[in-house]
Design a binder for this molecule. Sequence first.
Ligand code: GUN
Length: 281
Amino acid sequence: MAIKIDGKAIAAAVRQEVRAEAEELTRQGMTPGLAVIVVGDDPASRVYVNNKKKACAEAGIRSEEFALPADTTQEQLLAVVEELNAREDIHGILCQLPLPKHLDDKAVIAAISPKKDVDAFHAANVGQILIGDYTFLPCTPAGVMELLHRTDIAVEGKQCVVIGRSNIVGKPMAMLLLHENATVTICHSRTKNLEEICRQADVLVAAVGRAGFVTPDMVKPGAVVVDVGINRGADGKLCGDVDPAVDEVAGYLTPVPGGVGPMTIAMLLKNTITAARSLMK
Ligand code: GUN
C-alpha cells in the first residue's frame, strides 16, 4: 500500500500560516482583500467560489464576490475588472472559469492587473514563471510542489512525468519541477508509448481529466503518484485520474478527494497575502 499524502492536513497547516500573516497585515492596517468574479450559474463554479469565500473568512482575508448574470456582456465584465484593478482595498482578483461561451476569457485574464492576478494566469506572470523570477505561482501546481516539499520528497535529478499540457496545470507544473532540477517529460493525447514513458517516472503527475486514466501497469513500483484529477465517477462520487489499484504499486499517492484539491485553495490564500504585501511596498 502506498503512503497517502494528506492534502487536507498539509492545506490546514498552510492556512494556519496564512492566517497569522493576514492578522499581521491587519495589524499594519491592511487587511488582505480578494475579489471573486463569477458569471452565470454553473453549479461547479458555485461550489468552488463558496469554498474560496469560506476559506478566506477562516484565514482572516476579506473576500468580495461579484456574481454577475449569465447574460453579462464582455464590456460589463471588463468594466468590473477595471474597477477592481483601481481599488486599493482589493489586492487579489480572480475570475472563476469557465465563463459563459459568449465571453472571451483570454481578454478578461489580460485585463486583470498582473499585480493582482492571484491565479497567475496573466501572460506577464506566465512569462515570469518561465524565466524563474516570479511573484505568483498558479495555485494547483504550486499546491503540488508544497505537498512534495512538506512530505520531504525532493525531485532533483529524478524523472518526472506530467500527463496533461493545460496552461493552468500541465505546463506550469512541468516548469516548477524543472526549476527544482527534475528531468521533466510532458505527455499528452498525441504522445506515443505513453504507458512506457509513465513507467519510467519517479514522480508521475496526472492532470488529464479522465477517471481512472493511470492504471497500475503505468506506474513504476515505489513511484510518487500525484493525482490532480477531479472527476465524477459513474456512481456520482468524486474520483481522480488515477485508478485506485495504483495504491498497490506506488510508494506515495495523493488521494481524491483530500489530496491536491485542498491545496489549490490554500495556495490562493497564500497568493492573496503575497499580492497584499507586494502592493504595500
Ligand atoms: N476554474 C477551475 N479552476 C480554476 C482556478 O484555479 N481559477 C479560476 N479562476 N477558475 C478556475
